[in-house]
Ligand binder design. Sequence first.
Ligand code: SAM
Length: 289
Amino acid sequence: MKPPHLPLALALVVAVVIAVAFLIVNFKVVTSKTSIFCGTTPLVDKNVIPIQLHAVLHYATTRDIPQQSPAEIRVTFDVLFSLYPCNFLVFGLGHDSLMWASFNPNGFTMFLEEDPHWVRTVLTKAPNIRVHPVAYKTHLYDAKNLLAHYKVEPNCLPPRLHLQGNSKCRNTPHTNNSKCMNRLILSDLPNEVYNKEWDVIMIDGPKGYLPDLPGRMAAIYTAAVMARTRTRPGVTHVILHDINRKVERVYAQRFLCRKYLVKAVGRLWHFVIPPATKDQIFKPNTFFC
Ligand SMILES: C[S@@+](CC[C@H](N)C(=O)[O-])C[C@H]1O[C@@H](n2cnc3c(N)ncnc32)[C@H](O)[C@@H]1O
């Protein structure tokens, strides 16, 4: 017998994982809230198709499968399964987006994507996911310089550091000087992004495989600031893909911090980051790590 086609096999694995998650979630609902007998209290509004059913149907009938390996996908699945419903922010839209949203039942999942054309393409297949556009001001070729100039602008460091509307940090005083750290900050995202505290942040975008592309520097920096300025109890899980690339590795070590790395699987790192203490806020050198 011929071995099964690999992408189809992966699609099948994803569909089965989602189906199992859906069954478990509904088992929880059934056992905790209502009778399991047919014809009694209705469990769900039948006019609303749960996102998990959309996901099973989608992945069972498509050849467009997630790029992460099954073992890498499992890391985020386990985190979300332990936390759902939670606030889940994803940098980058892909063939995996519907899967991520369906792993966070009744939670709040939001995607940030820079390429408007790609947003339209993904939304035709997954119309019920929440996506916001994001404009990056960085280029991969500047990654080293951005890091070297990291501490020159007081508004990019605590105690003055904040994300929303931080134009002093974002606007470079020398407009022709592209080598400026302050473009790392994502200060003009929609309110919704800043008004939430994110329990899980996945960084699998923007593109960062050619010098002219934006690279993941701003996503990593912004995720680190979100995690360290968290005010709600608890920690922030940050999951970073493509750590086989130098920029991802170097920025992760600088901002997400080695001591917060709890798992490495394939090309994926998982960090669990506590909020910064008062001490760390007043000693900028210790703010991130
Ligand atoms: C590395 S991809 C993430 C892929 C995703 N993890 C998946 O499994 O599909 C990151 C970025 O690449 C771009 N991208 C991914 N797939 C694309 C495609 N098929 N066409 C155009 N852009 C794509 C998007 O801008 C996205 O934010």
